[in-house]
Design a protein around this ligand. Structure first.
Ligand code: UDP
Length: 351
């Protein structure tokens, strides 16, 4: 195994976000010479290791892109608006954040000969492909068709923007020599995810934060269309360990698109609600008597929303190239996630 990040400087764009802040902390524990975290807000980044530099700035600023590329060996891009409730309500901002604002970065990395590790998304697979019996097939990086809904269903604005940027990156790689790796994470959960509406943000966050807010408020957890959609969740620490290996094993993953997820944690959203309620009740010692309530998707998200029935990552490439072997079950990850929400938000709810 080559440890190619030894002595390197790495710039993490979006270093104040959920995945970015976990990545900066993990890199600070490794052997890279310097990590720069760039974000509009760095409040989630508690790490104060001496080799971590912080830059509060937007990647819309060309000087920031120039600094990221010229002053570092590797650039990791994690910035996006990755909240499904915004795909159909703020589609232009979503497309800008995942496409327009990142074009200058891709082009600068190509021109400067710098390595780019880009966070894309499993959302690019769209609705997924079905087998003859109607079951969703595992999603494969180099084989699966990317099946998006019609353009009036704006849910797919994010997937389309992410897919097009992937195509730009691959084009720069194949035709202009860009050294890149694209990561497609599948439903990562863990401490510091998203925001809680009414406390440190507004709107509808992703499902974990929606459920936690309802639990803090003593309200029913809302199950969109009965909670029958399925997702497979991966614990953030396991995903970040794989990203560090991607940074370390540059030659093995050069020019590759890599799925990172945990297919063993595939469950319905209704079942997820049951597990989170149980973890929350265990933490408080009280029963969550409000339970769950089914809602039509339109009620929560408005027009233009569409759902993915099931998402299963084929992770054989990550297993082969990275010795990736995610093991953390939902039952074992949920207590620490719930605890993190208590630490960060308990006071706001008088707990
Ligand atoms: N969902 C739900 N209740 C909520 C929020 C989300 O049932 O309060 C559902 C949503 O419709 C989807 C799944 O949970 O089927 C996961 O949604 P999330 O927003 O976390 O992200 P996605 O996996 O769709 O990108």
């Amino acid at each position: 195994m080559s440890m190619t990040i030894f002595g390197k400087s790495i710039c993490v764009l979006g270093g104040g976000g959920f995945l970015g802040s976990h990545l900066v902390e993990a890199l600070a524990r490794r052997h890279c010479a310097r990590v720069t975290a760039v974000d509009r807000s760095l409040s989630k980044l508690t790490c104060d290791a001496p080799q971590v530099d912080r830059l509060c700035a937007s990647i819309e600023n060309p000087d920031v892109v120039a600094y990221a590329v010229e002053s570092h060996d590797i650039v990791v891009s994690t910035t996006a608006i990755c909240n499904p409730a915004l795909y159909n309500t703020e589609p232009l901002a979503v497309i800008d954040a995942s496409f327009t604002h990142l074009l200058p970065l891709v082009s600068a990395c190509t021109k400067a000969g710098k390595r780019l590790v880009h966070f894309s998304t499993c959302e690019v697979y769209g609705r997924g492909q079905l087998d003859p019996e109607g079951r969703t097939l595992p999603m494969r990086e180099d084989e699966s068709a990317l099946v998006l809904g019609p353009v009036h269903l704006e849910r797919w604005s994010y997937a389309a923007a992410k897919q097009l940027l992937e195509r730009v990156i691959i084009g720069c790689g194949l035709h202009q020599g860009l050294d890149f790796t694209i990561i497609r994470p599948f439903n990562v959960i863990g401490p510091r995810m998203d925001f809680l509406p009414g406390v440190d943000g507004e709107g509808v966050p992703r499902v974990l934060a929606c459920f936690i807010r309802a639990l803090f408020q003593g309200e029913p957890l809302l199950l969109v269309d009965g909670g029958q959609a399925r997702r497979s969740f991966i614990y953030v620490d396991e995903l970040i360990e794989a990203v560090v290996r991607i940074l370390e094993r540059g030659a093995a993953v050069a020019g590759q698109v890599v799925n990172l997820g945990n297919p063993d944690n595939d469950i319905t959203i209704a079942e997820l609600a049951r597990l989170i309620i149980r973890a929350f009740e265990h933490r408080t010692g009280r029963t969550h008597s409000a339970g769950t309530r089914g809602v039509p998707a339109q009620e929560l998200y408005g027009p233009g929303y569409d759902d993915v029935d099931r998402r299963i990552a084929d992770i054989s490439k990550a297993r082969r190239l990275l010795d990736f072997d995610p093991k953390v079950s939902l039952d074992s990850m949920l207590p620490s996630i719930v605890e993190d929400y208590f630490v960060r938000y308990g006071k706001a709810y008088g707990l």
